[in-house]
Design a protein around this ligand. Structure first.
Ligand code: SF4
Length: 892
């Protein structure tokens, strides 16, 4: 693609809920580069490693570019007609609840709005739920119980203004890196600011923590009810706020007092001394923000955890004030937008309530809809159970991958496979979910689509298109509108642009809203230049209002009460902690699932990026050294992690960061990237009774060593598709793919196996075989270029991964150079950089260790020497840990 003039487009990052502004520059040769938008109030120019690598993820490899019906290409007309007629027929024969949409926090607000409108107002069912159910449904439920509305009271600025940040169940450094960087920067300026990390694991976020409370899994309810009791006992309450703006305090305090400090210590696994220090720090620090994320939400007690936190903020009047408040950070780029349009099964549009007949009537009237869902629909876990037992007969999955991300994923996959009619709209041709679709609809991807997203602080930003739409891909809103029209709902889905949909959504938010509802962006309904819309935080102010001296508005809720309950008072929720024991003698460990720094969800985007794939290139499980020894696991062994639902094979990482008795494993790997690493095949469909959010962080599991007789490593230009190996994991690298392998036996024809990984037929093949020692090395060259190399050994293969991957891009002109590949070691003067730490500048752990040993004792000194950590900053906490480890070693 060539264009006359380079241009830069303002858009928004498609990954996490921080919602960073991105400037995408398209050069005249079509090359795209990205940088942080210095004017965006979420990030002020910062981007993390994932955001910085966005340009590496926009290629068309693997894209679904044309509609397909039953694996065959189709026209849009045929595919849309089939979807519309099958949904209509299913509804006619079995009623509206026989169909369902499973949508996504990756959809733009405009897409989400139309999907919700079609299902709730025109199909007449509320069977629309979303992967956001897995992300923050407990926060929504907790907000609604306490505030009467799903309102995030504070802003990001509060974290910088606070004197104490309590991070609960949040590895902010890896999961919301730019917020972490904002906090780290604020702390550097004001060293008196304190950070407490509440997490069973000592994650890299502990790097900025003054206190790490290594709490027992699900101990948070006890921790915060204990805090409420302590605040009451130590006269640390804001009685005036409680009296004027809340109800139910007495009952909540009474319930909290059921547990004394010793009881809280037993339930949390923390010492009374630790509890006392934390409680007294909280009690005396007026400007306190409690930031919480999936460790709170993804629990069978998630809603109680949220309310236990909110109770403490209400009791101290620390809400909606600069530097004070409870703060739920969302995982997904548009989980908040989905909440605004009511895209969950138990919500209605524009923060109205599906249980409220007045609200239902109002929305139906606004939409001029033939129906309105009369009751909440099925939440995600129940929805897939209904697919499994045949109640749901037609399912449309949009922009998400439930075969990998839902709990009890094996059962979910079986349900989808058995469903009579499955439609998937996606950007990729092959995912673990797409492969089961009867109809595949090609959607536009980030950079091609146009609309809005809302971040965790209620800030609405535009995602703008800057790339041509490839093949026959279409925006999700267009696909939904086309299906709706073909179902006979022409007039209500006549939108021709996302701007028209946004205007309707904004108008609905203000419709008969006399201050009774928090979400009101009616001032934007008539916005003339949607394309130029600047980021704004709802509920206002009106477009064009002059900015504050800091350059942006910070809009907070509830400093002076005025909640959205019938009496406008916040509700304290009485909470009694319960301690659950899930482990058994067969499954004696607690598995916690989560994310890593450089991958996102099921890797459909980050898996395309070489630099994001080098930080952690394999699925893994973290285990404490004591547990590892007890279960016979050595560092870097391949481990079999099992639960009653299934098993995975992953690389073991033995680390004291992990709590004893617990395991941690990331949820990103799918069948597209590894042999057996779909982590959610292990998790249970146990959910929070209020929010319906699955308990993905507390699963009883066992672990044992997978005894491999042979190990392998390969690099290859083409992506290997099938591998006859017990364990394999592929990761993108520059010029191709790197592959880790393990085999239960050594009876393998290695030459044939190499041929399955890379082209050996018309290639010059160099090989070294020492059958007695079990060592085999095979490399194939197309002229001067390496097409692939395979290294096999009876133990872990001692080849520098970074060096081997680099060889795919190098010229190997001489026989001597080519033999060096078969020798499997870096050439003289080419030291092994080690595993990548800094993705931006490709700096490895060995380089940083060497620089630390040579006298670089600060992260800035490492940055000056190697550039590591000087761009996005996502690796700074790891660099600090490497420096510290070097200092310990030097002292020993
Ligand atoms: S923190 Fe990183 S992943 Fe999240 S929005 Fe910002 S750049 Fe994207």
């Amino acid at each position: 693609m060539e264009i006359d003039e380079a241009r830069e487009v303002r858009t928004t990052c498609p990954y996490c809920g921080v919602g960073c502004g991105v400037l995408a520059k398209i050069a005249t040769d079509g090359q795209v580069s990205v940088r942080g938008d210095p004017d965006h109030p979420a990030n002020f120019g910062r981007l993390c490693s994932k955001g910085s690598a966005l340009a590496e993820t926009i290629g068309l490899d693997g894209r679904l570019l044309h509609p397909q019906i039953h694996d065959h290409g189709s026209s849009w007309d045929k595919a849309l007609d089939l979807v519309a007629s099958t949904f209509c027929q299913t509804i006619a024969e079995h009623g509206p609840d026989a169909v369902a949409f499973y949508v996504s926090g990756q959809l733009l607000t405009e897409d989400y709005y139309l999907a919700n409108k079609l299902m709730k107002g025109f199909v007449g069912s509320a069977n629309i739920d979303t992967n956001s159910r897995l992300c923050m449904a407990s926060s929504v439920a907790g907000h609604r119980r306490a505030f009467g509305s799903d309102t995030v009271p504070g802003t990001y600025e509060d974290m910088e203004l606070s004197d104490l940040i309590v991070l609960v169940g949040s590895n902010l450094a890896w999961c919301h890196p730019v917020l972490y960087q904002r906090i780290a920067a604020a702390r550097e300026k004001r060293p008196e600011m304190k950070v407490v990390l509440v997490d069973p694991r000592r994650t890299v976020t502990s790097d900025i923590a003054d206190m790490h409370l290594a709490i027992a899994p699900d101990g948070d309810v006890a921790l915060f009810t204990g805090l409420l009791a302590w605040l009451g006992q130590h006269n640390a309450l804001d009685r005036a706020y409680i009296t004027a703006h809340t109800s139910g305090f007495g009952q909540a305090l009474f319930a909290a007092s059921a547990l004394n400090l010793a009881g809280v210590a037993a339930a949390t696994g923390l010492s009374e001394d630790e509890l006392g220090r934390f409680y007294s720090l909280f009690a005396r620090t007026e400007k306190t923000v409690t930031v919480y994320s999936q460790g709170v939400n993804q629990s069978s007690q998630g809603t109680d955890k949220v309310n236990a936190i909110i109770n403490c903020h209400l009791a101290t009047g620390r809400i909606g004030k600069p530097g004070a408040g409870p703060f739920s950070v969302t995982g997904q780029p548009n989980a908040m937008g989905g909440r605004e349009v009511g895209g969950m099964a138990n919500m209605l549009a524009a923060h109205m309530e599906i249980e409220n007949p007045e609200h239902r009537e109002r929305v139906q009237r606004f939409w001029n809809a033939p129906a309105i869902a009369g009751k909440p629909g099925l939440k995600a876990v129940d929805m897939f159970k209904a697919v499994a037992d045949g109640r749901i007969k037609a399912l449309w999955i949009m922009a998400t991958n439930p075969v990998d991300s839902m709990p009890d994923a094996g059962a979910v996959e079986a349900a989808i496979k058995a469903c009579p009619f499955v439609v998937v709209s996606d950007v990729l041709a092959e995912t673990d979910t797409v492969r089961h679709a009867h109809v595949r609809l090609p959607a536009t991807a980030w950079g091609e689509k146009d609309g809005t997203v809302t971040n965790s602080e209620r800030r609405i930003s535009r995602q703008r298109a800057f790339l041509p739409v490839p093949g026959e891909a279409r925006p999700d809103w267009w696909i939904i509108a086309e299906v709706a029209r073909r179902m006979g709902f022409d007039g209500a889905f006549a939108h021709e642009t996302p701007a028209e949909i946004f205007a309707e959504h904004a108008a609905l938010s203000a419709f008969e809203n006399d201050g009774e509802r928090d979400f009101d962006i009616g001032a934007y309904a008539g916005v003339e230049d949607y394309d130029a819309l600047a980021p704004f935080q709802w509920p206002g102010p009106s477009p064009g209002t002059p900015l504050t001296p800091t350059g942006h508005q910070s809009i907070r809720f509830f400093a002076n009460g005025n909640f959205y309950t019938p009496d406008r008072k916040a509700r304290f929720i009485p909470i009694r902690p319960t301690v659950e024991t899930r482990i058994t003698s067969d499954f004696p460990l607690i598995l916690n699932t989560g994310r890593i720094r450089d991958h996102w969800h099921t890797m459909t985007r980050t898996g395309k990026s070489p630099r994001l794939s080098q930080h952690i290139a394999e699925p893994l499980v973290e285990i404490h050294p004591v547990d590892a020894q007890r279960h016979g696991i050595g560092d870097a062994d391949i481990a079999r992690v099992s639960t009653p639902r299934g098993e995975v094979l992953v690389r073991a990482l033995v680390t004291t960061r992990q709590r004893r008795g617990s395991l941690f494993a990331p949820m990103h790997w799918t069948d597209q990237f590894a042999a057996r690493a779909r982590l959610d095949t292990l998790t249970a469909s146990l959910t929070d009774p209020v929010s319906g959010q699955p308990a993905l962080k507390h699963v009883a599991a066992s672990i044992e060593k997978f005894t491999a007789r042979t190990f392998g490593f390969a690099v290859t230009r083409k992506r290997p598709t099938t591998m006859a190996a017990d364990y394999w994991a592929v990761a993108r690298c520059r010029g191709g793919w790197r592959v880790e392998l393990a085999f239960a036996n050594d009876d393998v024809d290695w030459t044939a196996f190499a041929g399955s990984l890379f082209d050996t037929e018309d290639a010059e093949v160099l090989a070294y075989h020492d059958r007695e020692a079990g060592q085999h090395r095979i490399a194939a060259f197309d002229g001067e270029h390496l097409t692939g190399a395979l290294f096999i050994a009876p133990g872990p293969v001692a080849v520098s991964r970074g060096w081997a991957a680099e060889q795919l891009g190098e010229v190997h002109a001489s026989q001597r150079q080519r033999f060096r590949i078969v020798a499997g070691r870096a050439g003289a003067g080419r030291p092994d950089a080690g595993a990548t730490v800094c993705s931006c500048f490709n700096v490895g752990v060995n380089q940083i260790t060497a620089a630390a040993a040579a006298g670089c004792t600060t992260v800035d000194a490492i940055g000056a020497a190697l550039k590591a950590g000087t761009n996005c900053g996502s690796c700074r906490s790891e660099i600090r840990a490497i420096i510290a480890a070097n200092q310990v070693q030097a002292a020993e």
